[in-house]
Ligand binder design. Structure first.
Ligand code: FAD
Ligand code: NAD
Length: 459
């Protein structure tokens, strides 16, 4: 049987673009890709990139305060010009979108700017009416923000809307306690909005190391984010130009805007999967094996739509491994076991790799090494902000099982620690490494005695 393409990719985000480029340019496959919105996907257009640029923008008041602490008596952040910043942001995102498109074109991939759905195991139908057959189809459609299912929720913003706001709200409510809620309330607070974070738990960032969660929760409060913990909104109503929000604890408050950040779900709706028999999991995710192959042999899926680890570098790695395996005769699996990540709150980020103390203690005896301190740089400027460096060590093998850093630029540091942890480094190998002085990171190689032991018989 002959096909129009060797590979048809649905979704031009992190995973889809990488897979298409590698299959075409490295392995000579005839490839097409359909994108219903903008090439680059969530990360480039409405996620990691604009988010990080907004984090940078939001640090100006703290940077001015620090400069005053260093003797620049008149240092002020001045007035934030949101429309000017937004214009610059739009231009930058368009530039990046162009690079993504250009990379695909150079690789010889055919681009379709249309929504795609599946008609059968080998056929894709576009919203333009065009139909194409392909030997292999890759689904890389990502995820979409979830909604809590409360009356009036359509009045709220989701994370996509943050970058498009006409004006910054004076009083804003952020709902949720995950990555997005923490990062976006940090941004809005830094840009001068009176920000409240409402979360149904008693600490943000469920699933992270317990001490890290406590520190991020306190930091949000210390920078001026009002916390409304163990509470959830039950109703949103229009009130003049703003919104009236009722909460599960019986209270009600008025805000100029509300942003919902209560998780994301795989974007499988309307994709025609029922025409193929591709198996879905409980959360609507496409179930795949270690090779990203679905229950239908000609159809593969990578990235957030498979709900494995929903991060950009993971989607990219999965897309690349898929292309090498299927088109390059180089079978490659992705190890989802040890993936570092960072939550970009400020002034201290939370960087994490490996097991949390809680997870590690459940598996066996561990030693916990910690350094808690006020970093030299911010201390001199008059800040009380405390950092934490934490290593979780297996008592038996001496291997470092996890590392958690709460400090300025923790994302940068954890990237490098992840190399050592991934290689199976022991605590003694960390100790044998001579410190770089004076740095924050030197604390990672100078922690002499455990602060506690936990897990197994030594608990
Ligand atoms: C606000 C936010 C901040 C984030 N920050 C970070 C971060 O700092 N670091 C990090 O590692 N990760 C971050 N993430 C997660 C990261 O963006 C995702 O894990 C990553 O983009 C997933 O890539 P993907 O290829 O699976 O999907 P996506 O990048 O979402 O791409 C899917 C693409 O498919 C298109 N599409 C969907 N359906 C169809 C269809 N039927 N036909 C045609 N096209 C279709 C969509 O328009 C989209 O462009 C963030 C996410 C969000 C929402
Ligand atoms: N820095 C990064 O790497 C980064 C940044 C942003 C997003 N991401 C990725 O995007 C994913 C999605 O982020 P997210 O923050 O939306 O999801 P999340 O799963 O991290 O957090 C969702 C939060 O919403 C709360 N929640 C869920 N349902 C609720 C309801 N009905 N009412 C009130 N609260 C409710 C949960 O308790 C949780 O705190 C992340 O898991 C991550 O994979 C990564």
């Amino acid at each position: 049987m002959s096909f129009d393409y060797d590979l048809f990719v649905i979704g031009g985000g992190s995973g889809g673009v990488r897979a298409a480029r590698i299959a075409a340019s490295q392995h000579g496959a005839k490839v097409a890709i359909a994108e219903e919105s903008r090439f680059g996907g969530t990360c480039v257009i409405r996620g990691c990139v604009p988010k990080k640029l907004m984090i940078f923008a939001s640090t100006a008041p703290a940077a001015a305060a620090e400069a005053r602490g260093y003797g620049w008596a008149d240092a002020q952040a001045g007035e934030f010009d949101w429309p000017a910043f937004r214009e610059k942001l739009r231009a930058e995102l368009s530039r990046l979108e162009g690079l993504y498109e250009g990379g695909l074109v150079t690789a010889g991939v055919t681009l379709y700017r249309a929504r795609a759905r599946l008609d059968d195991h080998h056929t894709v139908v576009l919203s333009t009416g065009e139909r194409f057959t392909a030997r292999h189809i890759l689904i890389a459609v990502g995820g979409r923000p979830s909604l809590p299912g409360i009356p009036g929720e359509e009045l709220a913003m989701i994370s996509d809307d943050l970058f498009e706001m006409e004006r910054l709200p004076r009083r804003v409510l952020v709902v949720g306690g995950g990555f997005i809620a923490c990062e976006y309330s940090t941004i809005l607070n830094g840009l001068g909005c009176e920000t409240t974070l409402c979360h149904r738990g008693d600490k943000v960032l469920r699933g992270f190391d317990g001490e890290g969660r406590t520190l991020v929760t306190h930091q949000l409060e210390n920078i001026g984010v009002r916390l409304r913990l163990e509470s959830a909104p039950t109703r949103l109503e229009r009130e003049g130009d703003g919104l009236r929000v009722s909460f599960s604890d019986g209270g009600a408050e008025s805000f100029d805007a509300v942003m919902l950040a209560v998780g994301r779900h795989p974007y499988t709706g309307g994709l025609g999967l029922e025409n193929t028999g591709v198996r879905l999991g409980r959360r609507g995710e496409i179930v795949v094996d270690e090779w990203s192959q679905t229950s239908v042999p000609s159809i593969f899926a990578v990235g957030d739509v498979t709900d494995r680890v929903n991060l950009t570098p993971v989607a990219i790695r999965e897309g690349h491994a898929f292309a090498d395996t299927v088109f390059g005769a180089q079978p490659r699996r992705v190890d989802h076991g040890l993936i570092a990540s960072a939550v970009y709150v400020r002034p201290h980020e939370l960087g994490t790799v490996g097991l949390t103390e809680e997870e590690a203690a459940e598996r066996g005896p561990i030693e916990v090494y910690e350094a808690r301190f006020r970093p030299m740089r911010s201390l001199f400027a008059g800040s009380e902000a405390r950092a934490l460096m934490k290593l979780i060590v297996c008592t038996e093998t001496r291997r470092v099982l996890g590392c958690h850093i709460f400090a300025p630029e923790a994302g940068e540091m954890i990237q490098l620690v992840a190399v050592a942890v991934g290689m199976g480094a022991t605590k003694e190998q960390f100790d044998a490494t001579v410190a770089v002085h004076p740095t924050l990171a030197e604390e990672l190689v100078t922690m002499r005695a455990p602060v506690r032991r936990a897990g197994g018989a030594t608990a």
